[in-house]
Write a protein that binds this ligand. Structure first.
Ligand code: UDP
Length: 322
């Protein structure tokens, strides 16, 4: 059944890919984005676009009657969240509470929320299941965890059908939608900037981790697989219940392995230099995504690291030509 949906943050990386996939699946999409980090030209064709605050603008729309909200809009820089925590408590948590109140007021039945692996902090074991303790090591993760808790209580008290999806390392691109942050901090796009000549070299943040090659291991998930999970989550959401799912490939790759994949895909030498560890970076973050596979029937299709990097590279080159 076609649903009428609001996608906050639909001008951003993950939000634009998900909005595009929702439209392809026949749903009606209104994108709400304040363009603080998103790009107006990333809003998918076929979506109505309302520029504004994720809570205020959405609240203004909800009276029209919507089947659900997918809430992607957020600030998500770990370092910044430690320097300026208020931006994260106000911008992420307070905005989400106001959004929940607006949804309650208008009887909007479904919510899919972008949570994060950063809610777990330094894991006790790997891969990380949803039952692992949540002890975030940074304000960004703490803000997302606080929202998860708020959603749980709103779902119970007010009958909201809610899903939180905890992303691991999202990467790759989908069609004309990809990663184009003004302040780029993510490994794969930074490595590709070396290949395009926009950066001299890539810094490896720490090579003394207790891993095989000494560099940190992450679980890279293709943004299109991530989008699939959002569509499934919408279908499986149940009134009064808040479910939480990890989304990752279940396989980890080290920083060195990622750089090597980028060298192979781009044909560029990509000089790398070892630098100190980045504060708060755990050694290994890999998802156990069995719950999403079993309960949502989710199956990531693009798990190959080279394929993920190749899609990101194609997107980077197309952007350079545009
Ligand atoms: N990383 C790195 N050099 C960089 C950027 C990132 O070595 O210029 C490392 C980072 O320390 C982490 C991994 O690459 O171990 C992935 O970092 P990213 O910021 O992409 O995602 P995160 O895991 O922090 O969400």
């Amino acid at each position: 059944k076609a649903l009428k949906l609001i996608v906050t943050g639909g001008a951003g990386y993950v939000g634009s890919v998900c909005a595009a996939r929702l439209l392809e699946a026949g749903h009606e999409v209104v994108v709400v984005d304040d363009l603080s980090t998103g790009h107006a030209d990333a809003v998918p064709d076929g979506a109505r676009f309302v520029e504004g605050d994720a809570a205020d603008a959405t609240a203004g729309l909800l009276a029209e009657g919507f089947d659900g909200v997918l809430h992607f809009a957020a600030t998500s820089l770990v370092g910044e969240s430690m320097q300026d925590p208020g931006k994260y408590w106000r911008g992420n948590v307070f905005t989400a509470i106001r959004l929940l109140d607006a949804m309650r007021e208008h009887g909007t039945p479904r919510l899919v929320f972008s949570s994060t692996a950063a809610t777990y902090g330094e894991p006790e074991r790997s891969p990380i299941p949803e039952t692992a303790p949540t002890m975030p090591t940074n304000t960004y993760g703490a803000s997302k965890l606080a929202i998860d808790h708020a959603i749980t209580s709103y779902a119970r008290a007010h009958g909201l059908a809610a899903m939180s999806l905890r992303y691991f390392n999202v990467a790759g691109a989908y069609g004309r939608y990809g990663e184009r942050h003004t302040v780029e901090t993510h490994l794969i796009p930074l490595v590709l900037q070396v290949a395009t000549g926009h950066r001299e070299q890539i810094q490896i943040f720490g090579d003394d981790y207790p891993t095989e090659d000494g560099t940190a291991i992450r679980d890279y998930i293709h943004v299109s697989d991530l989008a699939d999970a959002h569509l499934l989550a919408l279908q499986h959401a149940e009134r009064g219940v808040h479910r939480i799912y990890n989304l990752g490939n279940g396989t980890g790759f080290s920083v060195r392995q990622v750089i090597e994949a980028c060298r192979e895909v781009t044909g560029h030498a990509i000089p790398a230099a070892v630098a100190p560890r980045r504060e708060g970076d755990p050694a290994i973050l890999v998802a156990a995504s069995d719950r999403a596979r079993e309960e949502l029937g989710w199956k990531p299709e693009r798990t190959d690291l080279y394929g993920i990097v190749a899609d990101a590279w194609r997107f980077t080159q197309e952007r350079a030509q545009a």
